[in-house]
Structures are given as structure tokens and as C-alpha cells.
Design a protein around this ligand. Structure first.
Ligand code: ADP
Length: 546
């Protein structure tokens, strides 16, 4: 017997209809590349998104066509999220930090029909255009006064396009399984692969992101969206933030600590979300430049961090300096991305701070709607006992079922599990502890050593700013860990002091065979340590050791 409830498609345009009616005055604040603050609200954004939808129809775009963006976090990029997807087109958010060859590959692969770009990306656009024959027009995201002199065919002014468009576009209704956004994984190995989200997956993911033990946005929140709109749908914030009617603050290209602090202070930020390297730099700057009284005046309540492991020291500093909880989340482009979050359980109430930190440095528990499982080398299920280590697999309504255009073949097994390529343990409470990427695991004498754990401990050393651990070949043990350290400015730690520090905190056989110091560590376009590069540079380090 079927239930007798209404069955309406879960469409992104419903979010816009909601905020337009219920939160029209709630602000969307954005900072342009020159540092100028722009204020608008959901009511205005909804109107502009409708004009954009009319304009794109006028340009001849058909449902399913791809509209790409090369843009920072600004109000224009935010309204494009809605104008494009609401009208049944697919928004392809492109990461401008990728190498030009990767950009050409993904934009051709996606068959982008039009590209909206921030004027600061004009040189990039000019270099890409000759290689993208499928692009019919380039839309500069600015008004006439700020139009760049880009040498590209069919250059269009975004504000003029909107001004000339009909304001009365009616959002169409269609199948909720229709594609809405497209993101490519950064592809540290092989070509990037496209992840194509649906309206349904996006709405379910947005609702899950707003659960109390996840991001828990409310109409009273003021959210600093440090995570870029071109990184995995900015972790759902454009959708989950709007579903809550929260104020959204978009920092533009300036993600330096001083700029972030300024926005936190002036915009009454309650929740801020970004990757660990952002917070590492932010804390170092605050410690050097701000007093306890100034910090106490901030309204910040929660820092969300994901994309890479959050160092213990970052969690402690936010607690001690700011009185702020760091909520770690784990996920990937293929999981929309939110899959686990590190909120405490009732049993954590009143526990010692050290015990709470042990929980917080884990990657968190599955949110409702996602299932995580642990699997051994032969595909056997491993127990969630906190000790067994295996590949983490996930399934759920916002997990990928296949890459765009079938690249990479079958990605789901018969039971719907998607292999993440992450290695983890899961404790009896369900907290996932990531130990490595499969490709970064250090195999020493038949056992695995966790690079993430050693990095995390090294980061607690007062002289260490950033640390990476990689496997290097060893004639006896197969592989051994090498620790690469970027010291804090003005500090000159020695190998001995670092090894002494580690020796009381990790098992003897996990101790790095060597420590090298560098002036900076390489990162991927999404801010992760670029270990392929480090292996190229330091891979032979210990081959001769006995
Ligand atoms: P890319 O940067 O390649 O586009 P994603 O942003 O999808 O890819 O990255 C997903 C990967 O990032 C995960 O598989 C995992 O290895 C890593 N990651 C994400 N969140 C965390 C976290 N909280 N702790 C450790 N690693 C994380």
C-alpha cells in the first residue's frame, strides 16, 4: 500500500522561492578583489537569478547545457548558482587554481557552452579561449565600467545581460533527478573526473548539512564561506545556508587572516568554514596581532574544517583562545561532500578536555543519510572496533553512482558501496579515524604506518608550522616514513628536537627515519599537501640506509 502524501520534486528553485518569501531582507555580503564590500539580500538575489535565467534562455541555452564559472566567492557567483540550476541548466564550477592543461581538459570534457568569469581571470580566460572551441561566449562578471579588454570572441557584460533580461522568469518544474551542478575532482593522479549532482541529491545533502550535529545553520547565523564556491559546491553552504535563511558572507579572493578577521568582526560571523591550512595561518596571525579582549568580542561560535585532517593544535588553539568548537567534517567531491561530522555524544558531556580532543581529531560520525563501512584487502567487512584498519567505503543518496560520461567505469559495487580510497578505522561509537589515502600509506615490514597521525603529532611541536610525512623506499623494511617540516617563522628546530618530541608520543617503529626542513610545502588546487610532488623531490632519501 502506498502512502497518501504529496510527491513534489526536490528542486533547487524551491530554496530560492523560500528565501525570497521568508528571508528577503537577510543579507548576502561580499568583498570584491579591491576589498570593497557589497551588500545585497536574498530578495534581490532571487530577482537577479530570475533575470539571469531569462537571459540564458535568450542566449539559446537548452536544459542540460553546461554553464561554467571561473570565479571567487562573490554575490554574483552565488546568484549564478541559483539562476543556472533553477532553470534546468548545469552549473560547472571550475577551480581556477588548476593547471591550464587540466582546465582545458575539464572544460572541453564538460562541453561548457558559456563561461562566466571574474575580470581578475582575464589573462587566464584569454589563454584558455583558443583551446575551447565549444565555448559560445564569455561573460565578464561585472558592470560596463569594469569590463576587461579580453581578447575573446563574444565577450558579454554580465550586468548588461541582466539589465536587458525579463524579470518575470517562472522556475520550471522537472524531474528531481535532473543534473544541477558538475564538479571535477582535482585528479592528483590521472585526469580529473566529473561528479554530476542532481537536484534531489543536493536538497537532501543540504538538509542533512543543517542537522544539529552537522553544521546546524539557523536564521540567526552569519556564515563566513571561506571554502570556495568552486570546491565541491562549497560544502553545500550556498544551499544549506539559504535553507536556514542565514546571512552569508563571501570573502572574494582575499583569504588572508587579516581579511578574514575583519569580516568576522564587522559582519558578526557566528560560523566560519574552510580548510585546515586557512585556520593554521589564521591562528598564527591572531596570536601575533590580537589581544584576548579583541578575540572575546567576536561572535564566533563554530569553526568547520574539512578537506584534510585538522591538527590537534588548531583544535586546542580555537578552544583556548576563542572558546570555539572546531567541528571536523570528512567528505569528498564524490560525496557532495558531507559524509561525517565530529559532534560530541551525550557521553562526552563533562569529560576531560584531553578526551574530547581525542574525539575531535577523528573525522566524525556518519550523518543521517550516509552509511560508512570498513573493508579489508579482499573486500571482507572489517569490524568497527577502533583498531581494524581498512578502506573506507560509503553509500547514500548523495554519493556518486558513476563519473560524468562513464569515465573510470563502474565505481559502485553490487551493494552500492563506493570505495573512497581513504584508509581508516571506525570506533564502536562510529567515529571514523582517517589514517591515510591508500596511495599515501607507508608500508613498513608488512604493517601500515599512518602519515596523518605522525603529521598531526609533529604539528603540536611549538616550532613546527606545517608537516608532511611520506613513504620512502627502504631495502629492509620496504618503506619508511620521512618527515618534512616547514618551521614556524623565526624558529630553527633541529632534527633531534623534533625526533625527541615524537619519541614520547608515537610507537618506536613509527619514528621517521629522517627529518628534513623546507621553506614551504606544496599544496594541491584544493589546499591538500601535494605528496606526489614531495615523493618526486624526496623519494630517494633513504634508499641507501641500512
Ligand atoms: P580533491 O581535493 O581531490 O578535489 P576532494 O576535495 O574531494 O578532492 O577531497 C577528498 C579527500 O580529502 C578525501 O578522500 C580525504 O582524503 C581528504 N579529506 C577530506 N576531509 C578530510 C578530513 N576531515 N580529514 C582528513 N582528510 C580529509
Amino acid at each position: 500500500m502506498l502512502g497518501l502524501m504529496q510527491n513534489r520534486p526536490l528542486l533547487i528553485s524551491e530554496i530560492l522561492n523560500y528565501v525570497e518569501r521568508l528571508h528577503p531582507e537577510r543579507e548576502i555580503v561580499s568583498r570584491d578583489p579591491d576589498g570593497i564590500i557589497h551588500r545585497t539580500n536574498y530578495g534581490e538575489i532571487a530577482g537577479r537569478a530570475r533575470r539571469l535565467a531569462s537571459a540564458l534562455k535568450g542566449l539559446g541555452l537548452q536544459p542540460g547545457d553546461r554553464f561554467a564559472t571561473l570565479a571567487w566567492n562573490t554575490y554574483r557567483h552565488f546568484e549564478i548558482y541559483y539562476g543556472v540550476t533553477g532553470s534546468g541548466l548545469v552549473l560547472h564550477t571550475v577551480n581556477p587554481r588548476l593547471f591550464p592543461e587540466q582546465l582545458q581538459y575539464i572544460m572541453n570534457h564538460a562541453e561548457d557552452a558559456y563561461v562566466g568569469f571574474d575580470p581578475v581571470f582575464t589573462p587566464l580566460v584569454e589563454s584558455l579561449a583558443p583551446h575551447l572551441p565549444g565555448v559560445k561566449g564569455w561573460i565578464a562578471l561585472c558592470d560596463r565600467e569594469h569590463m576587461p579588454k579580453a581578447q575573446v570572441a563574444n565577450l558579454i557584460c554580465y550586468e548588461e545581460l541582466l539589465a536587458a533580461a525579463a524579470p518575470d522568469f517562472v522556475w520550471p518544474s522537472f524531474d528531481e533527478n535532473t543534473a544541477c551542478t558538475l564538479c571535477y575532482t582535482s585528479g592528483t593522479t590521472g585526469n580529473p573526473k566529473g561528479v554530476l549532482y542532481s537536484h534531489r541529491s543536493t536538497l537532501l545533502h543540504g538538509l542533512a548539512a543543517n542537522a544539529a550535529d552537522a553544521l546546524a545553520f539557523s536564521a540567526r547565523d552569519s556564515i563566513l564561506m571561506v571554502v570556495p564556491l568552486f570546491h565541491a559546491n562549497a560544502w553545500s553552504l550556498p544551499f544549506s545556508g539559504a535553507m536556514a535563511g542565514a546571512k552569508l558572507v563571501l570573502p572574494g579572493p582575499k583569504l588572508d587572516p587579516e581579511s578574514l578577521w575583519m569580516l568576522m568582526e564587522t559582519e558578526g560571523i557566528t560560523k566560519a568554514l574552510g580548510i585546515p591550512t586557512i585556520w593554521l595561518n589564521f591562528i598564527a596571525w591572531v596570536e601575533a596581532n590580537k589581544t584576548k579582549e579583541e578575540i572575546a568580542r567576536l561572535k564566533l561560535k563554530l569553526v568547520g574544517s574539512g578537506g584534510a585532517a585538522v591538527p590537534r593544535a588548531t583544535i586546542e588553539k580555537f578552544r583556548d583562545l576563542f572558546g570555539v568548537y572546531v567541528l571536523q567534517a570528512w567528505g569528498m567531491t564524490e560525496t557532495s561532500p558531507l559524509a561525517t561530522t565530529g559532534a560530541p555524544l551525550a557521553k562526552h558531556e563533562g569529560v576531560a578536555q584531553s578526551e574530547l580532543i581525542e574525539m575531535q581529531i577523528k573525522q566524525g560520525r556518519q550523518v543521517f543519510g550516509i552509511e560508512v563501512g570498513l573493508f579489508g584487502k579482499d573486500g571482507e567487512r572489517l569490524p568497527h572496533d577502533g583498531a581494524s584498519v581498512g578502506e573506507l567505503k560509503v553509500r547514500g543518496n548523495w554519493v556518486i553512482s558513476g563519473y560524468f560520461k562513464g569515465v573510470g567505469g563502474q565505481v559502485m559495487d553490487a551493494e552500492g558501496w563506493f570505495g573512497t580510497g581513504d584508509v581508516a578505522a571506525i570506533d564502536p561509537d562510529g567515529y571514523v579515524r582517517l589514517t591515510d589515502r591508500l596511495k599515501d600509506v607507508i608500508k613498513s615490514g608488512g604493517e601500515w604506518i599512518s602519515s596523518i597521525e605522525i603529521e598531526n603529532i609533529a604539528l603540536s611541536h611549538p616550532d613546527v608550522f606545517e608537516a608532511a610525512v611520506i613513504a620512502i623506499p627502504h631495502p629492509v623494511w620496504q618503506e619508511r616514513p620521512l618527515l618534512i617540516v616547514h618551521p614556524r617563522p623565526g624558529r630553527t628546530p633541529t632534527k633531534e628536537s623534533i625526533l625527541d618530541f615524537l619519541s614520547t608520543r608515537i610507537a618506536k617503529w613509527w619514528m621517521p627515519d629522517d627529518v628534513v626542513f623546507v621553506e614551504s610545502l606544496p599544496h594541491t588546487a584544493t589546499g591538500k599537501l601535494l605528496k606526489t610532488e614531495l615523493r618526486k623531490t624526496f623519494g630517494g632519501q633513504l634508499a641507501v640506509a641500512g
